[in-house]
Design a protein around this ligand. Sequence first.
Ligand code: NAP
Length: 319
Amino acid sequence: MRVETICILGGTGFVGRHIAAHLANTRFKMRILTRNCERNRQLLPIPNLQLIEADVYDEQTLAEQFANCQAVINLVGVLSSGSSTGHRFEDAHVRLPERIIAASRAAGVSRLLHMSALGAAADAPSRYQQTKADGERLAMEAHGEKLAVTVFQPSVIFGPGDSFFSRFAQMLRRSPVLPLPTPRMRLKPVYVGDVAKAFLHSLEDDATFGQRYELCGPKVYTLRELVDYVAAVLGVRRLVIGLDDPWSQRQARLLERIPGKPYSYDNYLSSTVDSLCSQDGLAKLGIHATPAEDVAPGYIARRRAQQRHSDFRRMRRRG
Ligand SMILES: NC(=O)c1ccc[n+]([C@@H]2O[C@H](COP(=O)([O-])OP(=O)(O)OC[C@H]3O[C@@H](n4cnc5c(N)ncnc54)[C@H](OP(=O)(O)O)[C@@H]3O)[C@@H](O)[C@H]2O)c1
C-alpha cells in the first residue's frame, strides 16, 4: 500500500502537532481538519500541510475532505465531558469514529490509524475509558480488505506541550502545597516522539494491519513519584499531600465545578486503575522507548505558552 496524502483529525492537538512535525520533511502530504483554523495558524508554514476548517461531525464533509487521501489518522479525544450526561465523550469517541469509518469507505480510503487509550474497556470505571473502548471496537470491526485499521493505546503521553508534566510544573510553581489525588496510581509514561514514530512506522507496514499496540515508556512510576520528580527538576521544595480515595473524590467533585474543569470525577475514576502495558507495542514496532529523564528536564522548567511555539519551530527544523 502506498500512501501519499494523509488526512488527520485532531492533528492540531499535542500529539497531532508532533506527528505533523515528524511528517513535515517527508514525501507525505498532510490535510489537517480542524474546527478552528485561526487558532492553529502556527501549523500553516509547513509546506506539505493543508489546514482546513470543517465540521468534522458531518459525514458528507468528511467524505469530501477524505477524497484523494489514502490514509486517515484519528487523534480526536476529550478528557472531560461537557455536561453531567457526558455527551462530549460519546460524540468525540464514538459518533465521530463511526462517521470517520463511513466517510473513509465512501471516499475509498484504504488505511485508518485510530488513537485509543490504555485502559479503554467496556467495564472500565470512567466514561472516558468506556467510550474510548466503544470507538476502538468500531475501528477494529471496520478492519477488512478495503480498509486496513491499526489501533494505538498509549499510557499517559509526555513531551513538549503536554498537559501532564507541564501541568504539574505549573501547579508546583504556583503553590507551596499540592493536594494530589490517587498518588499511588502506577503508570508508564510514553514519549510523544515515540508515539509519533509508532504511527509513522505502521502507516504502510502491512504487518500492523488489524493490530492493536499498547504504547508505554520504559519505566513504572507512581503518580507521587512523578510529581516529586517534577519538583526536583524545577528545584522547588513543596508539600505534596497524597489524598486518600474519599478526599480524591471530594477534590474531583469540587474542581469539576470550576470554569475550565481542571479535573473531574471522571478523571478521578480513570486514575483508579493503573496505566501499565501488558505488551510492549513500541518494541514490536522496532522503536526504542525514550526514558522521561532524557527529555522532560529540557521542557518542564519552561513555561507552557512560550514553549508550544518555540518547541514546534525547533521540531520542524529537526524534521
Ligand atoms: N495526551 C495523553 O496523555 C493521551 C494519553 C492516552 C490517549 N490519548 C489520546 O490521544 C489523542 C490525542 O491526544 P492529545 O493529548 O493530542 O489531545 P488534544 O491536545 O486535546 O488534541 C485533540 C484534538 O482533537 C480535537 N478535538 C478536541 N475536542 C473535540 C471535540 N469535542 N470534537 C471534535 N474534535 C475535538 C481538537 O482539534 P481542533 O480544535 O483543531 O478541532 C484537538 O486539537 C486523544 O484521542 C487522546 O484521548 C492521549
